[in-house]
Design a protein around this ligand. Structure first.
Ligand SMILES: C[S@@+](CC[C@H](N)C(=O)[O-])C[C@H]1O[C@@H](n2cnc3c(N)ncnc32)[C@H](O)[C@@H]1O
Length: 264
């Protein structure tokens, strides 16, 4: 999630809690499986967040490799530094996806997971990704399409209203289904697209649905389009439904495996 770029410490910790959930760990595993980083590789983690992503890729590339995590948010970078402190092959620094502080054709592989959907201009970030990849290098770009969200509620009209308003939490809520032409336009080949679907049938603390519910409630408190009272009523619908044993939540993120051709 992470609708704002300027996380304070508490918001960064809240986001970190989401990245601890089994669903987030499984997504990172899927992304690593697609990317298949090799020992010795140099890998860029664009929008590295609280550092799970660079740390886990760091284990894969080993001491001979290097992972560079970049994020715009200082609060996120502090968490990432803490998390990666014992991994000398991982460095993290501040930078913007639209203007990467990385030399041309200097990385073997890159990941940008749930980052581009938060950008006003996706094409410049994709162009930057293409610039820094070496010829033959590969990347995984993963973004959601919020239209994939199926969330059962005893009050479907209220659910539809809240989700419509929540679409405004990021500039690109449909990016997951619209990435392929943008990637090709930058000269990358799209080799595979894999869905990462999260299904929760409980609304418990370790579920993605639980955290998204809290995120939407907090978002509503600051954004008139939903309103605090309406968001509370919506969340209460979900809690009552959970007590009745009727929770159902499904959400898909799309992971694009791309390559930079050897001769362009
Ligand atoms: C939803 S988190 C994803 C974290 C990580 N990729 C993962 O999947 O574990 C999005 C991250 O992208 C960062 N971000 C958003 N816009 C950015 C930009 N323009 N440049 C660099 N980082 C950005 C945010 O600060 C946040 O840490």
């Amino acid at each position: 999630m992470g609708g704002t770029l300027d996380y304070d410490e508490a918001e960064a910790r809240q986001e970190e809690a989401i990245y601890r959930t089994p669903a987030a760990a499984a997504r990172r595993e899927r992304v690593r499986g697609l990317l298949a980083p090799e020992p010795g590789d140099t890998v860029l983690s664009i929008g590295c967040g609280p550092g799970f992503e660079p740390a886990e890729i760091g284990w894969a590339v080993g001491n001979e490799g290097h992972v560079h995590g970049i994020d715009r948010s200082q609060a996120m970078l502090e968490l990432a530094r803490e998390r990666c402190a014992s991994l000398p092959q991982v460095t993290v620094s501040q930078g913007d996806a639209g203007d990467l502080p990385v030399a041309d054709e200097s990385v073997d592989a890159a990941v940008a997971v749930q980052v581009f959907e938060y950008l006003e201009t996706v094409s410049s970030a994709v162009a930057e990704l293409a610039r820094v990849l070496r010829p033959g290098g590969s990347a995984v770009v993963c973004d959601a399409d919020f239209a994939s969200l199926v969330w059962r509620s005893p009050n479907p009209e209220r659910m539809a209203r809240v989700l419509r308003a929540f679409d405004d939490h990021c500039p690109q809520p449909r990016l997951g289904s619209r990435l392929a032409p943008v990637l090709r336009e930058a000269g990358l080949t799209v080799d595979r697209v894999e869905p990462n679907t999260i299904v929760n049938t409980r609304l418990e603390e370790e579920t993605f649905a639980y955290h998204l519910m809290q995120f939407i409630e907090d978002y509503a408190a600051d954004h008139g389009a939903i309103g605090r009272m309406a968001a509370q009523a919506w969340a209460n619908d979900l809690r009552e439904q959970e007590v009745a044993g009727e929770t159902f939540f499904s959400f898909t993120q799309y992971c694009y495996f791309v390559r930079k051709p050897v001769s362009r």
